[in-house]
Design a binder for this molecule. Sequence first.
Ligand code: AHR
Length: 324
Amino acid sequence: MKKILASVALVGAVALAMTGCATDGGSGGGGGGGGDELITVGFAQTGSESGWRSANTESLKTALSEENGFKLVFNAADNKQEAQIAAVRSFINQGVDAIVIAPITVDGWDDVLKEAKDAGIPVILEDRTVSASDDLYASWVGLDFEKEGELAGQWAVENADGSNLVVLEGTTGSSAALDRATGWSKALEGSTIKTLDSQTGDFTRDGGKKVMEGFLQKYGSDINLLFAHNDDMGLGALDAIEAAGLVPGQDIKIVTIDAVHDGMQALADGKFSFIVECNPLLGEKVADLVKKVLAGESVDKRTIVEDQTFTQDQAKEALPTRPY
Ligand code: AHR
């Protein structure tokens, strides 16, 4: 596709190449070239913190492939918002045709989104939301995180009322963590579940394990319910619980969100008690939005992808055909 701001892009690309802004995905970073027929898309991913994130990255890489008419410039920001914003600025300077962002945090996006808009490059958000005005991006596709938290909380109230709860929160300031916490609290209103503690494990297994070790040292066997904002933190917590001589699923009921393969295996094995799905397969929807926006077609500002929930029996049934 014809590049807007080609000369500005060239200067910017050279400057960024000199500062060593990282890209991968086999496309290099050079000016978003790749044949007039390909649509160049810069994708600013959060990082690689979880199994969900790997499945999401894979889904976007597949959908935004050359075979499908795209040239992808991929960047994973290691969960650091400054790095993610720098990647978006690099895409703007390279003069890509469109930018896709999975925003790490809700706040802090106004300036760079305005820069993309001023450069005439449409932005599609996927996965998490931002607090910036929706005039600054073309569309968002993702999940209803508040509903996910609420469904998890409803299960807890119905199956573990009166428990002593600890919570492993996702990345601080992310819409996934904020909205899941809101939904969970809403569901727990009027229940007798007592929250002993709540801390971030940053959506990682290591984080979940370390924070759970701290909870166990402090509260010991008083804990009998864990809500982890994602499977990976729940899986990390399993190690800590077993190392403390407790039996996950029996001494401590564990409710998580995502339903990635390892989480579903833990649920089928009786170690987790309930999972609310968070569907990471957003690639095709993103690719479709990019094409429509660039063609000047009108698109919905928000698209919510439906999630389901899994009990232990449902996990056993679903596991053999689960795609991620
Ligand atoms: O934003 C979605 C969340 O991010 C997933 O639930 C979690 O696993 C990931 O890191």
